[in-house]
Design a protein around this ligand. Structure first.
Ligand code: ZN
Length: 276
């Protein structure tokens, strides 16, 4: 079994972790610190330019553990849902251009004016089904990322790994899951659902859950500063035969985003070795 901790080659930095840096800076920073991977968000990617980013990432020998993000399939009307599919095809193209391991999907919440979460979840399933032939044709795996239930209304109405696995079972090849411990650590079914996902685990995102949490979006903790038993979950992921990297994704407006980017990366490496 591969050990996802300790080896910097198996560490990836999500650009959200060092939001204070441009994509160029994150690429250079990861290379400078000997980190093996990167996971860009599309806003940073577009600032840099897809072609240039792809070239720089390749030049610096980094793997792309995922592109953040596609998804947002839900909308108030059919035209809005169609627009979302078209945008997601562009996401697939960009993920292919970067050689990403997967396109991460944050699936979308409840459309404005609706109170129907059952319908929203059906829209998500239909949206992924509509995108899937294009993703398959381009050999780009789709990774459904279940988000913590507190985001069900505005970001993602897929909130457990069981729900994501159900969608994968229904849709077949080309779609898997992203296991983000911030969103899933509390779930009593987590071990069983990671086992069920098996080879469909396409991404592994780490940070920590702080107590107390000051802000439910932008106060994620560095690994080791919170309550998540990270090695235990890592073990479950490794047992699936996961071949990706350990991606650090920390949204931290009042702490890590205010620090020097090199200090953030040094801390990520140290905690990856001592905590993950
Ligand atoms: Zn994530």
């Amino acid at each position: 079994m591969r050990d996802l901790s300790k080896d910097k080659a198996l560490l990836s930095i999500n650009t959200a972790t060092v939001k204070q840096w441009s994509l160029e800076q994150v690429i250079e920073g990861c290379a400078r610190h000997g980190i093996g991977g990167i996971a860009p968000w599309r806003d940073k990617l577009h600032e840099c330019g897809v072609e240039k980013a792809a070239k720089l990432i390749k030049q610096h020998g980094l793997q792309v553990s995922g592109l953040c993000r596609g998804g947002m399939f839900t909308a108030a009307d059919a035209a809005g849902r169609q627009k979302a599919i078209e945008e997601n095809r562009r996401c697939v193209d960009e993920a292919v251009a970067l050689g990403a391991k997967c396109l991460v999907l944050v699936v979308g919440g409840i459309p404005a004016g609706s109170k129907d979460i059952v319908d929203a979840r059906q829209q998500v399933r239909d949206g992924i089904a509509a995108l899937l032939p294009y993703a398959r044709a381009n050999n780009m795996p789709l990774a459904i990322e279940p988000l913590h239930p507190m985001y069900a209304a505005d970001r993602a109405c897929v909130n457990t790994l069981r729900q994501a696995n159900d969608i994968c079972d229904a849709l077949g090849d080309g779609v898997g899951v992203a296991v983000d411990i911030y969103h899933l650590w509390w779930d009593p079914e987590l071990e069983a659902q990671i086992r069920r996902a098996g080879r469909r685990v396409l991404a592994f995102h780490v940070c920590d859950w702080l107590v107390p949490t000051a802000d439910l979006l932008l106060d994620r903790g560095m690994m080791g500063d919170g309550v998540i038993d990270i090695p235990r979950i890592r073990g479950w992921v490794e047992a699936t035969g996961f071949t990706g990297q350990c991606e650090v994704e920390i949204f931290s407006a009042n702490n890590w985003w205010k620090k020097d980017g090199d200090e953030v990366l040094r801390t990520c490496i140290a905690r990856h070795q001592s905590v993950v």
